[in-house]
Design a protein around this ligand. Sequence first.
Ligand SMILES: NC(=O)c1ccc[n+]([C@@H]2O[C@H](COP(=O)([O-])OP(=O)(O)OC[C@H]3O[C@@H](n4cnc5c(N)ncnc54)[C@H](OP(=O)(O)O)[C@@H]3O)[C@@H](O)[C@H]2O)c1
Length: 284
Amino acid sequence: MNIFGDCLLHYNFGLLFWIRNHRAVINKKYMSTTTKIALVTGGSRGLGKEMALSIAKKGIDVILTYRSKEADALQVVKEIESLGQKAIALHLDMSMFTSLDNFVGIVKETLKVKWEVNAFDFLINNAGMGATVPFLDVTEELFTDFLNVHFKGVYFLTQKFVPIINPGGRIINISTGTTRFSNPGYSVYASMKGAIEVFTKYLAKELGSKGIGANVVAPGPVETDFNNAFIRSNPQVKAGMSAASPLGRVGAADDIGGVVAFLCTEEAKWVNGQRIEVSGGINT
Ligand SMILES: NC(=O)c1ccc[n+]([C@@H]2O[C@H](COP(=O)([O-])OP(=O)(O)OC[C@H]3O[C@@H](n4cnc5c(N)ncnc54)[C@H](OP(=O)(O)O)[C@@H]3O)[C@@H](O)[C@H]2O)c1
């Protein structure tokens, strides 16, 4: 080996040695800031859980929220960690409108402490509940509850988060097939989701200059705990919905999660301002 090769060898050994000794510092400075982070509301079960897991499988870290099922949420965190991503579960109740500022503060603190960053990348507004109540029986109380959880809460939570969503980030709002076809008893629920669809078009328009995109994912009927497990506990309803689907079944949570995860990838960067219905082609 000539003197030049000798120097190069020493240099490489030196570099390797330096990297080994400074790995922790390098990871802290660069790696922690390059991993993207998604916030999935209502990630403790159902569609949100599958979204959180599918997103983690894309190499994205996850903040997920729960309202009542803390143990389920912590289980999802464990599953995400076993996939090699970081995750945390935070409490959020969208019906408590005045608690949203506090929640945003906790998210900011969590980003700082757990990730050493000040912003995240993907906001998935998924949390929600259902109820089958005929139009003539709807009370103002029920209306207000659905308004807070499905529209007012989502609207203002998004407004509070936009300043800490990175350029290139995405907002994905979860709507429903029942904004396209009508399901008796869903007038309040579907009206709020309809508002979310209009809201999303405006988000896409107004946030484009910040490099942030916004889309709606509208699932058809999916067998989850939603609306007191309405589909699971009513075999006749389930059979009717399955018959209305070209694929002969109702949806499963993992039919939806992967689509939301796709919208968080580079491949989906040009999909913007869209309502993507994920309903197996149901046509009632
Ligand atoms: N399943 C369907 O057929 C269907 C179809 C179209 C659209 N969607 C929409 O998909 C979303 C998820 O539904 P899902 O089927 O996964 O329902 P789900 O299985 O009942 O799960 C609901 C999730 O939202 C959380 N949550 C409920 N109320 C909340 C509140 N007031 N504040 C904060 N979090 C709350 C729950 O937290 P805890 O677990 O801690 O209680 C849970 O994580 C909803 O927006 C729903 O409207 C569902």
